[in-house]
Design a protein around this ligand. Sequence first.
Ligand code: ZN
Length: 277
Amino acid sequence: MQIETSNSSIQLAESSGIVQAKHVIRLPNLSDETRSLLTEAETDPKLTSKINFTDHGGTVLTNVQVQLIFWGREWDSNPPPSPTVSEVTKAIATILSSSYMSELSQYRSISSGSLLESKVVTTSEPPKSFKNNDVAHLIQGLIDTGIVVSPLTNNQILYFAIMPINAKADKSFVGEHTFFKYKNKKNSQSANVHFAWVTNNGQLDFITTVFSHELVESCTDPEGTAFLGTAGTCSQSGWCEIADVCTNTGKVNNVTVQSYWSQRSSTCVIPSTDAPS
Ligand SMILES: [Zn+2]
């Protein structure tokens, strides 16, 4: 799994919010040199000694509640796509209720998450080549119309869009998490919306791997202000987060997930009773 970060600022077209920063993951085209470094980092003490995460004190999600949003008519088509909405929802619910998140307790006592809701949105379509802002606008609209719970009443929500197969990110990223400021037009109350998205290549293992990566990073660093690697921890610029220094995948309760960094164990972990694959 290839990973890349970026910190470019993005203005939302509407005045109600600004996407301030982002963190992305992308699959292909790691150089062999980088790939071998990432692989070795999980086993070589000389390299793992350079990996160090510290708490910058910003927002974390200690009891995350995931709002799944399956975007586009493809999800509601007949015959249904593979994987189906129910297959993806079930796998993600399994991740959230499994031991997978248990090592996050070392990061300011973050506890395991739960699935808030799973919604299919067929009233709009993602652009074939979508941007971060397209997802932000979708979520803002769903909040404004009361289709999903507002961040003003629940500050533990992670809005997570699952894209249809026919939508690709405008860059080569396969997943991303970031946030924007939501403002209620009636009462002017505001709250940050923490959100993520994952692209879809038709493979459930792919979706759950990228989901797990963005999930643990959204909990420990939803705004780029909490648990971040010190200089030299990540080779790339931008937010350096706990799934960026790990590449292994494994299974929790038969669902494929990606490993993440355990600072107290100085290694990449997949808390599970299952054997790594
Ligand atoms: Zn990442």
